[in-house]
Design a protein around this ligand. Structure first.
Ligand SMILES: Nc1nc2c(ncn2[C@@H]2O[C@H](COP(=O)(O)OP(=O)(O)O)[C@@H](O)[C@H]2O)c(=O)[nH]1
Ligand SMILES: [Mg+2]
Length: 486
């Protein structure tokens, strides 16, 4: 599939300001690179959808486009009045400043033509494409007249050359629906049934105690020494917050800020090695370990062979990943005879909640995750999604994290993310981490423990499939045996 260009949060903020009014929601309707550069497809996806923003990503790395308040329609070249429409230049490779070009003649603002892509002005000032265009190489050869014969908008021919860099070929033409998000919706009934009553220090202590007293399959009557601990593997794109999640948990049990796992926002993975962390509470290691893995990256990232070896328990702590290669059986970090407690019992895919929920990561990373998911499915390893950084998603939740399960915004994000990772919504765990400037926060800790508890339960579910392998004397089921007549 061709590369689809994402509209990042900063770009959205810029466009929001140009449109005016408050917060907006952007929903992807059409991408020429993904859906095909064909006017019929554009009109099928975008007609009658209300206000839209169109972006052209040209081969010079310049991004420009237009906003239309009036819906697109499949006409035969009629002009339509739109006094709010404007053209804009968003960004360019050579650092040109973003700029909005106002409408001069609103009666000609938009041209409705079933044979054309989005068309602004009568000139037209911006015609994205005419008739279907086949992608030859990585770019779409948009017609040379695609941009622009200015007249309807306050843009000059010189400016056109500047913003296009003289190139009309594009990598993508993308259309988003733009809706006003009037105000955040607070749902009186939580969207997820939780056994979390009031969020206070009492609840925090209860959850903490439950986790301190956890051991694998305890609830099934398996005794304490059968499986010493379970392993939770954190996987996901670089910068999603894998290391930070461990630091949040560790700080919580140590009751002081801990940055044992290096966290940072560098583009390439800071975590170059496989690190297995355990947490000490009351001078005793807790019965789970967090495996922090190198992040998925665009250029390389963790190899599928290595992931399989990690899942099977073949890779030892502190193994350093090698670019474009993987562990061999000769490596001193290769464990030849992994036991049950060396395996991964639960995987949490860590994703940044602020990414476009339809395209939560780049295609390359999405592909790595998809292949990893296939592997986990084969092996029956339970998967959860840690939807991190929800503080960036909703102002009211940022102010009071305990509102999280009452926020319509978070609920919708959870559903979309679950859909794009092909997992049921209940597997998505919304999360916010502590950062280094922040004091330890009760609500952050409650959420972290709640999410951890879901991971421990998932790990127990995995182990249940292997009950037969645990020796009989150590395993004494406490549940009733089914009756003889069945
Ligand atoms: N706002 C916000 N930032 C976070 C959160 N969790 C992590 N971060 C930041 O995101 C960046 C990347 O985090 P890191 O844990 O290194 O990601 P990793 O590459 O997945 O291990 C760091 O600058 C963190 O401070 C969160 O919940 N909210
Ligand atoms: Mg990391």
């Amino acid at each position: 599939m061709a590369s689809f260009k994402q509209l990042c949060e900063q770009d959205k903020e810029k466009i929001n300001k140009w449109i005016g009014g408050g917060k907006k929601r952007y929903t992807l309707l059409y991408s020429a690179a993904n859906n095909g550069c064909d006017p019929t497809t554009f009109h099928t996806n975008c007609d009658n959808k209300g206000p839209t923003v169109t972006l052209v990503y040209n081969v010079n790395g310049n991004v420009y486009g237009g906003y239309a308040r009036v819906s697109w329609m499949s006409g035969s070249g009629e002009s339509v009045y739109d006094s709010d429409a404007f053209l804009f230049f968003l960004k360019g490779e050579s650092g040109q400043k973003p700029c909005k070009f106002m409408i001069k003649a609103p009666e000609y603002a938009l041209t409705m033509n079933k044979d054309c892509g989005p068309t602004f002005g009568k000139g037209p000032d911006l015609l994205t494409f005419q008739n279907a265009i086949t992608k030859v190489t990585d770019s779409l050869p948009l017609p040379l007249n695609s941009v622009m014969s200015p007249g309807t908008y306050q843009i000059s021919a010189d400016t056109v050359t500047e913003i296009t860099g003289g190139k009309f070929d594009a990598e993508d033409v993308v259309v988003y629906a733009v809706e006003d998000v009037a105000q955040e919706i607070y749902l009186p009934t939580p969207w997820r049934e939780m056994d979390l009553p009031t969020w206070n220090s009492e609840l925090l202590n209860l959850l903490k105690k439950e986790i301190e007293e956890y051991w694998p399959l305890r609830e099934m009557g398996v005794s304490e020494d059968v499986i010493p601990y379970i392993n939770i593997l954190l996987l996901g794109p670089v910068g999603a917050g894998k290391s930070s999640f461990f630091n949040t948990l560790n700080s919580l049990f140590r009751e002081r800020l801990s940055i044992q796992a290096r966290a940072g926002s560098s583009d390439t993975s800071l975590t170059k090695s496989f690190n297995v962390y355990s947490i000490i509470s009351n001078r005793r290691p807790l019965r789970f370990r967090i495996c922090d893995c190198r992040g998925f990256e665009d250029a390389h990232g963790v190899d599928l062979f290595d992931i399989e070896a990690i899942l099977d328990g073949n890779i030892k702590n502190k193994y350093t990943f090698v670019d474009k290669s993987h562990i061999t059986k000769e490596s001193p970090f290769y464990r030849r005879d992994p036991k049950m407690h060396d395996r991964v019992h639960c995987v949490a895919i860590v994703v940044d909640a602020n990414n476009d929920p339809d395209y939560p990561m780049t295609e390359h990373v999405q592909e790595q995750i998809k292949r990893t998911q296939e592997l986990m499915n084969q092996k029956g390893v339970p998967q959860l999604i840690l939807m991190n950084k929800i503080d960036g998603l909703s102002e009211s939740v940022r102010g009071d994290l305990s509102r999280i399960f009452h926020s319509q915004e978070v609920k919708e994000r959870v559903e979309k993310l679950a859909h794009s990772l092909r997992l049921p919504p209940y597997t998505v765990l919304p999360m916010k981490n502590i950062d280094t400037e922040q004091r330890i926060n009760i609500n952050v800790n409650i959420l972290a423990l709640y999410n951890l508890r879901q991971m421990l339960r998932a790990a127990d579910d995995y182990l249940l499939n292997y009950l037969d392998e645990f020796s009989g004397d150590k395993f004494e089921p406490t549940y009733e045996k089914s009756s003889d007549t069945i």
